[in-house]
Design a protein around this ligand. Structure first.
Ligand SMILES: *Cc1c(COP(=O)(O)O)cnc(C)c1O
Length: 377
């Protein structure tokens, strides 16, 4: 079975983790700062704050902005639930604004229409690895005095108008879950150009305590202060050692993802019932996912059956995502429901994510193409 995504761990990663295990620090040691600096430098951003997963990174970003009860944050519905949940963790209200029907990226006009006097921020999601229209989102944010956050969990290494993801919003959030571009098992990071926000997130990931153990040791003092309520959202040195070794391979991973996408594009251009998503032009796509829209009606089938038939042909697929505003929790708590975001809801009925990961062999790619042609040709 070819899965829709999976990690690629080599000998260098095993070596790096082994070294971390026998070093003086298992957590909160030198590898954490090294990993933060390396990812931030890769993005071209001044600061990186590493935490235990991408969801914690989103939460830290919302906390750093001071999101609280009564505050609204505009988010797209076609994303992982964490994009909206991070607002709820802070007692704020996520407000769903619809996506562009062609790219499935947050529509800047819809985002602006969702702004109210209570809105504090917009979170754009670089869905599937394609950057949002960040210039347009920035213009909306500036017009209304809002913070701009990138949920860039799909887009490490992507570019927009020659600028790398990580420099396009006030804060950009990455995940290092095994299906993402590089992995630390579980892990996440926020990169930012704002030192005050970075400082606030560093404190938040460790109980809201002001002095780190190293600072305390170098000051030769036992004293520390808890100045606000934080969490234990720390990442380990073991994980960061893995992340550093993975980061060295990122450009190769991205090149391979783009190669696989080009082959899919060419093969499916001759299938009228299978269409890749639109791509906005001035971007370099990072292809976390390869999403196609399927015309099930013209094929005389439905997604359940195609999903099952592909699985029987050894091809694992997935659906990204069930629109967040349709989940029972959101319906109850936020009063959202069908009809709120028609473009996302319509897309949801037709999308399927095909296998996309750097360790895919040419044979794997051919097998996926053959199965799709046979079942949806
Ligand atoms: C993966 C992902 C997250 C959450 O990351 P975790 O590391 O799994 O917590 C958030 N948003 C999006 C869009 C993601 O794909």
């Amino acid at each position: 079975m070819i899965p829709y995504g999976r990690q690629d761990i080599g000998q260098d990663e095993i070596q790096a983790v082994t070294e971390a295990l026998t070093s003086d620090f298992l957590t909160t040691g030198p590898k954490v700062a090294e990993f933060e600096e390396a990812v931030a430098a890769y993005c071209g951003a001044p600061y990186g704050v590493a935490v235990c997963n991408g969801t914690a990174a989103l939460h830290a970003a919302m906390h750093a902005l001071g999101i609280g009860p009564g505050d609204e944050v505009v988010v797209p519905p076609l994303t992982f639930a964490a994009t909206a949940n991070c607002v709820l963790y802070q007692g704020g209200t996520p407000v769903f604004a619809d996506v562009d029907p062609d790219t499935l990226l947050l529509d800047p006009d819809k985002a602006e229409a969702a702004v109210t006097p209570r809105t504090k921020a917009i979170i754009g999601v670089d869905y599937a690895g394609q950057p949002c229209d960040w210039d347009a989102l920035r213009a909306v944010a500036d017009r209304h005095g809002l913070a701009l956050v990138a949920d860039a969990c799909h887009a490490l290494g992507a570019e927009y108008k020659g600028r790398r993801v990580g420099t396009l919003a006030d804060m950009s959030v990455f995940s290092f879950h095994p299906v993402k571009h590089i992995t630390t098992g579980e892990g996440g990071m926020i990169v930012t150009g704002d030192s005050a926000l970075a400082e606030r997130m560093r404190r938040f990931r460790s109980h809201g305590i002001t002095a780190t153990p190293e600072q305390r040791e170098s000051a030769g003092t036992w004293y520390y202060e808890m100045t606000e309520l934080g969490f234990n959202y720390r990442i380990t040195d073991i994980q960061c050692a893995l992340g550093l070794a993975q980061l060295k391979r990122l450009d190769g991973f991205l090149a391979r993802r783009r190669e696989v996408a080009a082959r899919y594009d060419a093969a499916f251009s001759r299938l009228p019932a299978v269409s890749p998503l639109g791509c906005g032009g001035e971007v370099s796509h990072a292809y976390h996912l390869y999403v196609v829209r399927v015309d099930f009606q013209s094929l005389g089938t439905d997604r359940k059956r195609l999903f099952k038939d592909l699985r029987e042909a050894g091809v694992g697929t997935n659906v990204h995502y069930i629109p967040v505003h349709l989940h029972p929790y959101c319906r109850h708590r936020l009063g959202t429901g069908p009809g709120d975001c028609p473009a996302a809801e319509e897309a949801y009925e037709r999308i399927l994510s095909l296998p996309m990961f750097p360790a895919m062999t040419d044979r794997d790619v051919e097998d996926v193409i053959k199965a799709v042609k046979r079942l949806a040709g």
